[in-house]
Design a protein around this ligand. Structure first.
Ligand code: NDP
Length: 318
């Protein structure tokens, strides 16, 4: 079985070594150096991380594409991507646990007003009471985290935040049931969740429906002074609407991990904005060992004619 790994990341060699170690029977070729003398018709599967346009379409007999990442927009945004091909997105414990750590940390940072204390430190200001009058500072059970997207990552973060003591609400397309998490479904129920959200976490996939979802209209539905954590995709956020919401005080601050252009351009206003924390798309990363175990078992499942977990529904686009 021939598998091509198309990744423009520097870590491609590390991934290849781990794949060969975990499944020596796969004929793994790293694109482009090891595929030059390969018959394109012989390729059965492609593992991809941001493949260049047309790279997957060059292999006419591919049975499925496996994404190195949870999101698949880096594959489906290729205009030449063959629409009929099944895509398995990345679902693996390391990625899920990494996102849990990042989201809980950022929610706590927002709750504890850490970005404001860091700003104060930079200005040598000693002003303790920004969390409320001394002795009345809220604890987590007085704070609601609302999560857009209750999929693999969103539901795991919801459970972790709940277990830490936050009030937690979550929104998805379909109705979910989770102990201790108030679940809202569909467009009709979105406003009800936003109205009670102090800290909003975006964990939606990027689709035609969700692009630009973080806009002035949505910000207006949040309580004054809410905090935004965007770990979904840069295309979810209308950047100028965020700046306006921060400047008017509608939003108190934002942690942004994903951007329309990555790396974030040097002259971008987000870098120096006093109410924005920028992280370089590091909220969570697929871990090599657990990620490869997932890739290998998904390839073997496809080979047996089974559908592994996390195959994208072409109708929904995620
Ligand atoms: P899933 O596919 O498991 O979950 C997606 C969730 O979003 C589902 O609950 C789904 O609802 C909901 N959803 C999708 N479209 C809509 C809509 N139009 N209205 C309401 N709800 C909607 O994805 P994951 O949890 O695995 O990943 C989510 C995203 O996180 C990825 O697509 C990626 O963009 C991002 N990500 C970011 C990383 C980072 O480092 N910053 C790392 C990994 C992922 P339903 O369940 O009803 O279908």
């Amino acid at each position: 079985m021939t598998v091509v790994l198309i990744s423009r990341a520097e870590s491609a060699a590390t991934w290849a070594a781990e794949i060969r170690g975990q499944d020596p029977e796969l004929d793994l070729r790293v694109w482009p150096d090891e595929t030059r003398d390969l018959d394109p018709a012989a390729v059965d599967f492609v593992i991809a991380a941001k493949p260049p346009p047309g790279a997957i379409a060059a292999y006419p007999n591919v049975k499925a594409v496996l994404s190195l990442w949870a999101g698949v927009d880096h594959i489906t945004s290729d205009p030449e991507f063959p629409a009929h091909l099944p895509i398995a997105r990345m679902v693996e414990e390391g990625l899920t646990r990494g996102m849990r750590e990042f989201v809980v940390a950022q929610a706590l940072n927002a709750h504890l007003k850490m970005p404001e204390y860091i700003r104060q430190q930079n200005e040598r200001v000693w002003r303790p009471e920004i969390r409320g009058p001394h002795g009345t500072e809220p604890l987590v059970d007085e704070v609601t985290v609302g999560i857009l997207g209750l999929g693999v990552l969103g539901s795991d973060c919801a459970a972790a935040l709940r277990d830490f003591g936050f009030q937690v609400a979550g929104w998805a397309k379909s109705r979910k049931r989770m102990d201790g998490v108030d679940c809202y479904a569909g467009d009709a129920e979105r406003a009800a969740m936003l109205a009670r959200t102090d800290i909003l976490v975006n964990l939606l996939p990027r689709t035609a429906e969700t692009e630009n979802v973080l806009n002035a209209g949505l910000f207006a539905e949040l309580p004054e002074g809410a905090y935004l954590i965007n770990v979904g995709r840069g295309e979810h956020l209308v950047e100028e609407d965020l700046i306006a919401a921060l400047e008017s005080g509608r939003l108190a601050g934002a942690t942004l991990d994903v951007f329309r252009t990555e790396p974030l351009p040097q002259d971008h206003p987000f870098w120096a904005h006093p109410k924005i924390t920028v992280t370089p798309h590091v909220a969570s990363i697929t871990r090599v060992k657990t990620g490869v175990a997932r890739l290998v078992s998904a390839i073997r499942a496809f080979e047996r004619g089974e559908t592994p977990e996390g195959v994208v529904d072409p109708e929904k686009g995620y």
